[in-house]
Design a protein around this ligand. Structure first.
Ligand SMILES: N[C@@H](CCC(=O)N[C@@H](CS)C(=O)NCC(=O)O)C(=O)O
Length: 335
């Protein structure tokens, strides 16, 4: 479907906890895909060659449509590969899945967790890395600052462990929606906890361990076992160099053909208007500019030109700002 390896090219690096959300999804579904491995810091010429300024990881192409942000990537994989999708079925379950997404991303659990990266980690001793992350996050990555943030971050993360232990997982269920297999709701819920558990030195075990939160730790272990089993069965991804990936994308067809700009959208933007789109939480200085071709309750789509061809860039609505290029003079309010 949609071309070789299903037309899917995932741009990522393996230690990105956000990219793992997508890797896990692809494994659990057994979807064949290609990957284009990226360095953990800028520059990323493979992405620049596509004319994309958005700097975060992961990015995913399906055909000639490119999805920026793991939240929209997961939603689109569910919609474009609907057989045996991992999504919840009832309204109540869908609400749980969505609230986990909001809790971990927008409500700040992951940014809190990233304040627990141990200062002994080699990357935090690499000025190239810390400078890059200061550009990305807009905050200081000095060791002093990280140490100063740690107690509050730890309090916040410990309380998140307690929430899971004492609510959904309290009745001993295997998966958060009481299913017989992990679903997208488990992915939405688990990734920050799993990342911290695997990050040596992030969690002081006298405070946060399988003794204190046995159900959460058992769930993490169960999830990793399920992943291992599904990975063994899933097709092995094709690894593409940047030029091959770009050629594949430029030669593909658009998988989404019915794009429209909602005439009742509160921003009042018209189809074809030149706009810029950028995230407001991190990586905010890296802004794409192009023609507005889609705007709905939950998605923004830009048409951009690169190497003489058109690409469609899709972003979630939440956490992103879209505004007409001519009207960028004013100071936008903070979301
Ligand atoms: N809301 C975004 C968050 C993406 C994000 O924070 N990605 C991190 C990697 S885990 C990143 O891009 N860090 C800076 C970089 O790699 O350039 C998403 O869901 O994709």
């Amino acid at each position: 479907m949609y071309g070789p390896n299903n037309g899917v090219v995932l741009y990522h690096y393996s230690f990105s906890p956000v990219a793992r959300r997508v890797l896990w999804y692809l494994s659990l579904r057994g979807i064949d895909y290609a990957e284009c491995k990226q360095p953990p810091v800028l520059p990323r010429p493979d992405v620049a060659t596509l004319g994309i300024k958005y700097r975060r990881i992961p990015l995913m192409a399906i055909g000639r449509d490119i999805y920026c942000d793991s939240r929209i990537i997961l939603r689109k994989l569910e919609a474009l590969f609907p057989d045996s999708a991992l999504s919840a079925s009832t309204g109540e379950q869908k609400a749980v899945e969505k609230l986990f997404e909001i809790w971990t991303m927008e409500a700040g659990l992951f940014p809190r967790a990233s304040q627990l990266i141990p200062t002994s980690m080699p990357l935090l001793n690499d000025p190239h890395f810390t400078k890059d992350r200061e550009d990305y996050s807009g905050r200081s990555w000095s060791k002093e600052q990280i140490e100063a943030n740690r107690p509050e971050a730890l309090a916040s993360i410990r309380s998140a462990f307690k929430v899971l232990e004492t609510t959904l997982l309290a009745d001993g269920r295997d998966w958060v929606l009481k299913t017989d297999h992990p679903t997208l709701a488990d992915i939405e819920a688990i990734w920050t906890f799993d990342w911290l558990n695997g990050l040596k030195g992030a969690l002081p075990r006298e405070l946060i361990s399988d003794k204190k939160y046995p159900k959460v730790f058992a769930w993490i272990a169960r999830f990793n076992d399920a992943l291992k089993a599904s990975k063994a069965k899933a097709p092995k991804p094709a690894t593409l160099k940047g030029d091959v990936a770009a050629e594949r994308i430029f030669n593909a067809s658009f998988v989404e053909k019915d794009l429209a700009v909602d005439p009742a959208d509160p921003l009042g933007l018209k189809r074809g208007t030149e706009v810029e789109v950028f995230p407001v939480d991190s990586g905010t200085h890296h802004r794409d500019q192009g023609r507005l071709i889609g705007l709905t309750e939950d998605e923004v789509v830009l048409g951009i030109q690169a190497q003489g061809k058109e690409l469609h860039l899709h972003y979630p609505r939440t956490g992103f700002r879209v505004r007409a290029v001519a009207a960028t003079g004013g100071t936008p309010s903070k979301l």
